[in-house]
Every structure is written in C-alpha cells, then in structure tokens.
Design a protein around this ligand. Structure first.
Ligand code: NAP
Length: 257
C-alpha cells in the first residue's frame, strides 16, 4: 500500500532538483503524477525515470507565470487522469547576481515575483475549483527559509518566498472548511542545480560557497532533495490530516544559527 494510492498530483518545476525528487517519491507511493516544467528535456527525463520504475506520469510544458499555461495544466490533468488531488507549487527561480535591494532592475524583481509567487497563486487559482468540486484537496508550497529570514543580497527572492508563506496561510484559512489543506515547506540549502547557480551569483566557486555555508549549518551539510521530498509527502498524505496553514522548516537549523 502506497501513501498516495489512487491520487493524482501535479508537481511544478519537476524537471530538476527538489521537484523531480517529489515527483519520483509520489509516484513510488502510488500517485499518478503530472510533471510540469519549462524545461522539456528535464521534465521528460523525470517522466521516463518514473515510468522505468513502474510508475504513471505525464509531462506538460508550462510556464507557471502565465495564466493560460496554468489553466491548461489543470484542464489536461483532469482530462487525462479524471481528477486532481494534490498540487505541489515547487517551480522557482533565483537571481543571476547577488546585490543590494536598490541595485535590482525592475525586470529582475518582476521575474522572480512572477514565477515564485504569482506562479503558485495562478496554479492554485485553477486547481482549487477542481478540488472544491470533489470536496477535497491538498496544496503544498515550496517556500524557503529565505522567506522567514532574509537571504543576503537576494531581496526579490526573499520577498517572493515571504509572499508564498502568506499565500499559504491565506488559502489555508479560506479553504480549510471546504476540505482543502494548504501548507508550506521552507527548505534551507539543498544540493540542486539552483544551489550551484547561487554560488556563482555570489561570485564564488561551488566548493568555496558550500564551505562557507557548511560552517553555519548545525547539521554540517546541505540537504539531499529526497530529504525535502519526504516532508512534502507527509504534508500531502493523510498522515498530516490536521495540518493546515503550517510552515515546516527543513533547514538543518541554519535559520537558528
Ligand atoms: P532547480 O533545480 O533549478 O529546479 C527548478 C525547476 O523549475 C527547473 O527545472 C526550472 O527550469 C523550473 N522552472 C523555472 N521557472 C519555471 C516556470 N516559470 N515554470 C515552470 N517551471 C519553471 O531548483 P530547486 O533547487 O530544485 O528548487 C525547487 C524549489 O525549491 C524552488 O522554488 C526553490 O526556490 C526552492 N528552494 C530551493 C533551495 C535550494 O537550496 N536548492 C532552498 C530553498 C528553497 P529551468 O532549469 O529551465 O529554469
């Protein structure tokens, strides 16, 4: 028996890193998974990995910052699988260069907010009516500890994740009594391509960057994407049936150090 037997899940940004780990784990727990990404190669690779392990998945290309794409993802999911139980808003981007707030361009600010915050709202906007129709559903937003405590020289990213945490709480309050639970996970550093890009945004090699941060992480290492995925599985499954509006920090205690 899988923890998600009979469920249908959408995972955005599932062509890489944390999203791929979530999609793979969900499939191994019995969910049919819709892999959503702007990166077609990455998305298709995730689907192939799931199918090779005996799971059921399909890929839909979508840019979550575009309303039409998000609407299409939900429509295609229901058309293909007949239902939607779980939405994981994981797609996210970082900034190409770390700098103080006043130095960011309007385009840089808009892009990060549009993908990380507006994208999660748009996906939820189209998923929620489908969940309400069946009287149940779960949404998990992948925020960041940067949304709780500012990441140095990355204001738009931190602001987008703080907004995502408030989106989580707002929707939890609005839809809890109609059968939809909404929670967030706030990871610290996770070993993914985004973490590698973050090193170069700070003008450091990945080796120097990890060395610098490892000293500040009480657990002494970056997380593996599967360690985030396991917490997301808990929030998506009935094991967390009384959790709603929570922000679960999964950061090796870096935010306390
Ligand atoms: P990742 O390896 O870069 O994966 C993100 C995926 O999302 C990529 O495949 C990316 O495609 C895709 N994507 C980007 N913009 C998109 C859009 N507009 N629509 C649909 N898909 C889009 O990053 P990750 O580290 O796994 O991060 C996943 C989530 O965790 C993000 O929300 C991130 O902010 C959050 N997070 C990460 C860390 C960390 O240390 N890695 C820590 C805290 C929180 P492209 O590759 O083509 O851009």
């Amino acid at each position: 028996m899988g923890k998600l037997d009979g469920k249908v899940s959408i995972v955005t940004g599932a062509g890489s890193g944390i999203g791929r780990a979530i999609a793979s784990l969900f499939a191994s727990e019995g969910s049919r998974v819709v892999v959503v990404d702007v990166n077609d190669d990455g998305g298709k690779e995730t689907v192939n990995k799931i199918r090779n392990n005996g799971g059921d998945a399909m890929f839909i290309h979508a840019d979550v910052s575009k309303a039409g794409d998000c609407e299409n993802v939900v429509k295609e999911t229901v058309r293909h699988y007949g239902q939607l139980d779980i939405l994981i808003n994981n797609a996210g981007i970082d900034l190409p260069k770390a700098k103080p707030s006043a130095d960011f361009t309007e385009e840089e600010f808009d892009r990060v907010i549009n993908v990380n915050l507006k994208g999660a709202w748009l996906m939820s906007k189209y998923a929620i009516p489908e969940m309400l129709r069946r009287g149940k559903g779960v949404i998990v937003n992948i925020a960041s500890v940067a949304g709780i405590r500012p990441l140095p020289l990355a204001m738009p990213y931190s602001v987008s994740k703080a907004g995502l945490i408030m989106l989580t709480k707002s929707m939890a309050v609005e839809y809890g009594n109609r059968g939809i639970r909404v929670n967030a996970v706030a990871p610290g550093w996770v070993s993914t391509p985004m973490a590698v890009r973050a090193a170069s945004a700070y003008g450091a090699t990945y080796e120097d960057f990890t060395k610098m941060f490892l000293q500040r992480i009480p657990l002494g290492r970056f997380a593996d994407p599967t360690e985030i995925a396991r917490v997301v599985l808990f929030l998506a499954s009935d094991d967390s049936s009384y959790m709603n509006g929570a922000v679960v920090v999964v950061d090796g205690a870096i935010s306390l150090a």
